[in-house]
Design a protein around this ligand. Sequence first.
Ligand SMILES: Cc1cc2nc3c(=O)[nH]c(=O)nc-3n(C[C@H](O)[C@H](O)[C@H](O)COP(=O)(O)OP(=O)(O)OC[C@H]3O[C@@H](n4cnc5c(N)ncnc54)[C@H](O)[C@@H]3O)c2cc1C
Length: 328
Amino acid sequence: MNKAKLLAEILKPGFREHELMRDHTTIQVGGVADFYYEANSIDDIVNAVKAAKKICLPYFILGGGSNVIFSDYGFPGLVVKNNAKNISFMNEKSQVIVDGGVPMSKLILEATSNNLSGLEFLYGIPGTVGGAVYGNAGAHGQSIGDFVKNATILIPGEENEEPQIIQVDNKWFEFSYRSSKLKKIPGLKKPVVLTLKIQLAQNRQEEIMRRLNSVKKTRWDTQPVGMSAGCIFKNPLPETLVNVSGRGSKNMPEFPKERTAGYMLDHAGAKKLKNGNVRVSSKHANFIVNSGNAKAQEVRQLAEQMRDVVQKKYNVNLNEEVEYVGQW
Ligand SMILES: Cc1cc2nc3c(=O)[nH]c(=O)nc-3n(C[C@H](O)[C@H](O)[C@H](O)COP(=O)(O)OP(=O)(O)OC[C@H]3O[C@@H](n4cnc5c(N)ncnc54)[C@H](O)[C@@H]3O)c2cc1C
């Protein structure tokens, strides 16, 4: 039986062939994935991973698609869109157990309704809770890793092994600035975050709302609207820079303003850069905006130009925060 037939048989509703990845990412670039599956539950995700492994097919777990740039050549395998959306609050412990596919904004707003506070700094960041944990998403000197108590994860295992579901604690993730252990484990061995237990704190709803409004305003004032993947580059870590002492935690170092990627890009003239249908945002020099019908290759080439101007002016090599996916 061919791969498509086999997958269609195992996965049934939600399975499609030849899916355009530009329709599933916030920057809206990228070609066709051979196979695509909308997983609506943890069981669906586990089945999809098992099915892909069985036929030695590469797979990719997609959250909100807000930190990835799929190649114009698409993805030669199965993209599993995580739509698992259970949320369960344990108000007496100020904790929540949440599926990895829950949108971050939904979690924050439902926590607010339960008078539970903590993740407001992430308000306005698109994407899912699983995607946020993968890259230890953060803002305003905080990051999600500080709030994760434990998680249920799927370990795909070696080629001839059955995937395993295990529980891990916060330490397992080895959270650091915009990174976690998940990011460091290669390709087909990458674990999948199924559910997370997150520790929040009691607070008055009006106070949480006040914080949400303030975070929203800052985002509105400093970031472009439109098709983007957020910041293209990470801030260079303080230890990689000369004469800069980093404060804050290892998880979320505090970056002096003039040593953030955005500042350096701005002062190196990146806001003037464009390439075909993509340009650097005039509001934030670390954002590439798709003006419409852009190719992934145009994004990547523009990112190279941005890296070059900072390298020339500051002798600093910027590293991507976004992830390039597929064949380039
Ligand atoms: C306008 C805009 C503003 C942004 N602002 C910020 C910001 O302030 N701070 C910040 O940190 N980021 C920011 N981002 C980037 C992005 O939104 C975050 O990184 C977000 O948390 C990514 O989540 P996602 O679900 O979209 O992940 P995706 O882009 O879908 O995936 C990213 C990676 O996570 C992996 N992944 C996704 N789900 C799981 C899972 N369940 N288990 C294992 N791996 C998984 C994917 O395989 C992929 O490797 C911004 C992006 C945009 C477009």
